[in-house]
Ligand binder design. Structure first.
Ligand code: MN
Length: 357
């Protein structure tokens, strides 16, 4: 990989990522971190405003539709503060309607990027406000890849694998995890949508569809994304009512996708069952190297530790350690590196105990 070209793809700065959907949040975080940016997340507009008062950010990436306080309201409120008058705010939304961009700009946002996020488009847009960065982020996939590799299936009904993988910057493990997250979080979406549609308020159904559209795009489910987009337009234009129910095209796209994902999960479980235990687990040496490197980053107060920690999470086989890992993640997110180092020591002791048990 030519180094020069890579450095041209890096940006420097602290970004506040405001997004309520857990899948969209993971995708955006991955893409931002791949650009070398430090990422802090907030789950809605109110959390975003709280974060703005306690941390300094160079840019805000703002989802529109969120519980408690949406992106429009959060932007209007932060713009009312002199301190945030010039803070770049970039909206991201799965836009079906033209006029969305205008609404974003009217609320005080600087720019608008569509979901699913196109990695090239993101770089181009953010380059308007963020300076190029030099150093590759520590814990980068290519330079520190000790975890088990995740194979892609050859094809999967309803998923455009190549395109989907591109949405997450080529991170196979994340792509794999998001497919599971989709089944867990949106597997019941058809029933939910029927209920919303029958509930009398077309806006309820429209919001659900809008979310599904963005998430589908982010996991590479192109057919469903497009069917959802057409459905959203039809709802907004009043061409579909409760009496019509969900269109066949949409139901088919959804069922093909969920069917494919569920079968894949079953296959993977069967495969795991026939694999020798421990075969896919990284060696103790790998884990020791990762933890050592993590400690070094914490000592230097390098927020890139967050990314490395996520790699540790996928490498460490022990579910008993999840709480400690979670605590560590929170401390890193708060830039509380001293506490994080202490937690890391405790984690290592725990690991030794398990090992010797
Ligand atoms: Mn949202």
């Amino acid at each position: 990989m030519p180094h020069k070209a890579e450095s041209a793809r890096r940006l420097a700065g602290n970004v506040l990522l405001v997004e309520d959907n857990i899948i969209n949040q993971q995708v955006a975080r991955e893409l931002l971190e791949n650009l070398g940016l430090l990422v802090h997340t907030a789950g809605n507009g109110r959390e975003a405003l709280d974060a703005l008062y306690t941390h300094a950010f160079d840019l805000v990436l703002m989802d529109i539709q969120m519980p408690e306080m949406d992106g429009y309201e959060a932007t209007r409120r932060l713009r009312a503060e002199p301190a945030f008058e010039k803070l770049p705010v970039v909206a991201m939304t799965a836009h079906a309607m033209s006029g969305d961009r205008e609404k974003c700009l009217a609320a005080g946002m600087n720019e608008h990027i569509p979901k699913p996020i196109d990695p090239e488009g993101l770089l181009k847009t953010l380059s308007q406000w963020l300076e190029p960065g030099g150093q590759p982020a520590p814990g980068e996939e290519d330079s520190f890849d000790t975890g088990p590799d995740v194979a892609l299936p050859k094809s999967l009904p309803g998923l455009d694998l190549r395109w989907g993988l591109e949405r997450v910057g080529g991170n196979r493990r994340l792509f794999h995890k998001l497919r599971g997250d989709f089944v867990a979080n949106h597997g019941q979406a058809l029933q939910l949508l029927e209920e919303r549609l029958g509930g009398g308020d077309p806006n309820d159904a429209r919001r659900e569809i809008h979310t599904l559209q963005g998430v589908a795009g982010n996991i590479g489910a192109r057919d469903l994304q497009q069917a959802a987009r057409r459905l959203e337009t039809a709802l907004v234009e009043g061409r579909i009512t409760a009496a019509d129910g969900l269109p066949r095209e949409f139901r088919d796209a959804f069922e093909v996708l969920i069917g494919g994902l569920t079968r894949l999960e079953e296959d993977e479980r069967t495969q795991e069952a026939v694999t020798e235990p421990g075969e896919n687990v990284a060696s103790d040496v790998d884990i020791a190297i990762l933890l050592d490197r993590l400690d070094q980053l914490l000592e230097e107060g390098d927020p890139g530790a967050g990314k490395l920690l996520r790699q540790v999470e996928t490498t460490l086989p022990d579910p008993d350690l999840l709480n400690t890992l979670q605590l560590l993640a929170e401390q890193i997110e708060r830039y509380d590196f001293d506490q994080a180092r202490e937690t890391l020591v405790a984690l290592c002791e725990n690991l030794m105990d398990h090992h010797n048990a």
